[in-house]
Design a protein around this ligand. Structure first.
Ligand code: B12
Length: 339
């Protein structure tokens, strides 16, 4: 990450409230409940843009536009209203006093819009399911509210000899991602998504007991989702699979601030630190946490792996946040740790 990109991104973050006000004025949205919602949404657009600027990755914003346009469709908002929003973002960025930030933000925004318009959407709007077989059966059980049946299904797979890595990566992970697509397309509501995800966490806890001390290999892992990040099912899978391989794991879960990561490394002295981000708006927090860790442990630094959906946005993001390596999934993480 170049220092001027960082500076430009920080300048957008510092001006967030002013940018939002300017965009609201452009859109002619008057005070009231509608304005409060619009403020929140516009703030989000600038948050994603700031990340794209910080890491010099247009893809972060073009993928966000793909996601946003899918959401607009679900909410029955017209494509013209998205165009108006984009024009309002451009106009409000013109009010940025820092010239370098203004130029970088406008350049990223312009290219991202072009890329988004020329690409096919990542989000298949058709009714066809993106999962099949046992993964679909698992998802169906959860969508029917049948947590016990879903657990029995997974325990059955374990008994038949399908290992936990396969169950996690080939059954549960695709089902969880499909759940997100169904939510985005408005086929299920937030409560259904919450129920299915909390049931998945319950089932994972039942499937992966802690390793008996006799089988420990004397290696330690700290795993966490970076500050602000609520998605922790993926990093939990990573931690569980290390546990299964005899590592002693210290799983911090979601929303872990950099200071607490530093503190636990001090006490636990792990060989490996795994950090996760799902939303691209948390990439800068991963970078910040890594900076804090590198500063606190100049000599006995643990190896730092990163992963999560946000890192799938662009192939070089892991380097830009200062990590030692990136893993696409929990299995890859294990391979990297033994490399
Ligand atoms: C469950 C879920 C939630 C739950 C999370 C519960 C929990 N405890 O995790 C809750 C309800 C909290 C939630 C909230 C939100 N969510 Co959500 N969520 C999901 C969902 C449906 C599934 C996530 C999941 O479980 N994936 C399965 C795991 C196994 O996959 P994974 O995380 O990618 O992990 C694997 C790899 O990435 C890798 N990995 C992960 N970490 C690491 C780390 C290392 C070191 C390594 C090597 C590898 C690695 O290994 C893992 C296992 O193989 C996704 C859909 C999706 N496509 O992912 C949406 C999704 C991520 N959410 C989304 C959104 C928008 C939100 C909210 C903003 C919604 C809102 N309006 O409030 C909030 C944001 C909260 C926040 N501040 O973080 C969007 C993001 C879109 C975008 N533009 O980025 C998605 C894609 C849904 C969608 N289709 O629109 N969400």
């Amino acid at each position: 990450m170049k220092p001027d990109q960082r500076e430009a991104a920080d300048s957008i973050r510092r001006s967030r409230a002013t940018l939002v006000e300017a965009a609201l004025a452009c859109l002619g949205i008057i005070p009231g409940p509608k304005q409060e919602k619009a403020k929140e949404d516009l703030g989000w657009h600038f948050d994603f843009l700031a990340e794209a600027v910080q890491f010099g990755e247009t893809a972060i914003f073009s993928h966000y536009l793909d996601w946003l346009s899918t959401l607009f469709e679900r909410l029955q908002l017209t494509p013209a209203s998205l165009d108006q929003t984009l024009e309002a973002l451009k106009a409000s960025l013109m009010s940025l006093s820092a010239e370098a930030a203004k130029d970088q933000a406008l350049a990223i925004l312009g290219t991202a819009i072009e890329e988004w318009r020329s690409q096919t959407s990542r989000w298949d709007r058709s009714g066809a399911s993106k999962v099949e077989g046992i993964s679909q059966d698992y998802l169906d059980c959860l969508l029917e509210g049948n947590k016990a049946e879903a657990l029995l299904l997974m325990e059955g797979l374990l008994r038949e000899g399908l290992g936990l890595p396969h169950i996690y990566l080939d059954v549960i992970q695709p089902a969880q991602r499909e759940l997100g697509r169904l939510w985005l397309l408005g086929r299920i509501n937030s409560a259904q998504e919450h129920f299915c995800s909390s049931s998945t966490q319950f089932i994972m806890a039942r499937l992966c007991p802690p390793t008996h001390p006799r089988f420990r290999r004397g290696k330690r892992l700290v795993a966490a989702a970076a500050g602000g990040e609520f998605h922790d099912i993926g990093i939990r899978m990573v931690s569980d699979l290390f546990e299964l391989q005899g590592w002693e794991t210290y799983f911090l879960g979601a929303n872990s601030p950099g200071e607490s990561v530093v503190k636990i490394i001090m006490e636990w002295k792990p060989e490996l630190l795994c950090l996760s981000a799902t939303l691209p708006t948390h990439l800068s927090l991963v970078a910040q946490t890594i900076d804090q860790v590198r500063e606190a442990f100049p000599s006995d630094l643990p190896r730092i792996l990163v992963g999560g959906l946000a890192f799938e946005e662009a192939p070089k993001l892991w380097k830009a946040v200062g990590a030692d390596a990136w893993g696409r999934d929990a299995q890859e993480a294990l391979g990297l740790a033994s490399a």
